[in-house]
Design a protein around this ligand. Sequence first.
Ligand SMILES: NC(=O)c1ccc[n+]([C@@H]2O[C@H](COP(=O)([O-])OP(=O)(O)OC[C@H]3O[C@@H](n4cnc5c(N)ncnc54)[C@H](O)[C@@H]3O)[C@@H](O)[C@H]2O)c1
Length: 439
Amino acid sequence: MPVAKQTEIGPAEGKLGVLLVGLGAVSTTFIAGVEAIKKGFAQPIGSLTQMGTIRLGKRTENRVPLIKDFVPLAQLKDLVFGAWDIFPDSAYDAALNAGVLEKELLGQLKEPLRKIKPMKAVFDQTYVKRLSGTNVKTGKNKFELAQQLIDEIAEWKKKNKCSRLVMIWAASTEIFLKPHAVHKTIDSFEQAMRDNHKAIAPSMVYAYAALKSGIPFANGAPNLTVDIPALMTLADKNKLAICGKDFKTGQTLMKTIIAPGLKSRMLGLHGWYSTNILGNRDGEVLDDPDSFKTKEESKLSVLEYILQPEVYPTLYKDFSHVVRINYYPPRGDNKEGWDNIDIFGWLGYKMQIKIDFLCRDSILAAPIVLDLALFLDLAQRAGMKGVQEWLSFYFKSPQTAPGLYPEHDIFIQLMKLKNTLRHLRGEDLITHLGLEYYD
Ligand SMILES: NC(=O)c1ccc[n+]([C@@H]2O[C@H](COP(=O)([O-])OP(=O)(O)OC[C@H]3O[C@@H](n4cnc5c(N)ncnc54)[C@H](O)[C@@H]3O)[C@@H](O)[C@H]2O)c1
């Protein structure tokens, strides 16, 4: 029985518009997947919101509803998709081009996918060196471009008869940017947009436009984007949910599953060498050292935080961690990730673990986009503003409140997510203590 107070959550009535920045491999695989599921061609495999359950109360109570029956989420039939891209291809052509899904499946989804035509992007090649496209907005400065986005979003919402919107960055990884003084306050950020300051990347212009339009924002790439004081303040001020960064798929997903296991058994680590071959457009963009640096920072932080070398120096001090991504066109989206893990056990005896993960990047990322869209919308209706740390489960470098270290262990992240849902519904949090069964 619920004991705590339930949070008031607005109903998921009407259409939810999912605005995607970037209509590439991840976005089209997500949209096509939702359309296929709606038509009954497929199951939402990989999606916690659609397939996951949540245990409530004691183990003896047998209360294990589906998450989507426990909290009021938008239904798939109510999702509408919009996107921006620097290429004018429809979602159908972009999906064919991405080469993730089979032509035959896409053929059956031609009608809904063809209707999704990308709006003109806010783009500047300084921030993504390997790309150039024609479907790009022009404007006097970055502030004016943001105003264009704000007007466009309002128009899109009206035209598509949506009651609510969420925005997700699924566009290319931008070059590595450090936090700058102009990112500190909303005023300095706006002035910097007017001055066309270099520290304002296109992804920040979209995030600003979303937050000014009352829309929650998630960042699926490792770019700084919404992880700066000015935009965090704006989210707080406008009572909007934000989260990021960098969808947790492939190799990092494996790392955050395996590293907590090694640590739980007090096994030591000498080194972890990770390399990938990848041939899609994301791989091409990441072939540029400046974009790769952004990705590398995101991928490297994971082990340090999970293994806590300062707490366990005997086991984890000075382990070597290397991450490489190699652009190799023949593989397309079907990445191969190798990991060589040098561990040591009892009496310091050495052992090795080898992982060869033949994964499909966008197949792993698409359900994350779906879950984030639905959970962000839920957070918004539940009045949850600012950084949504409970959504760390989905990210390689989870955004946290300033000064707080991120939690990377996937099992802690999942417990945090589910306890947040229990908390929202006034259910007991589950600690797994379980003493009551033995009283
Ligand atoms: N696939 C995964 O598993 C995964 C995991 C984590 C993060 N990501 C990140 O998600 C993003 C998308 O990945 P993808 O495989 O779909 O890449 P992709 O190259 O197929 O698609 C990205 C799209 O974004 C567009 N784009 C670039 N800059 C833009 C801008 N300023 N405005 C609008 N559109 C813009 C590009 O034209 C391209 O079509 C990348 O940043 C990638 O690093 C992907």
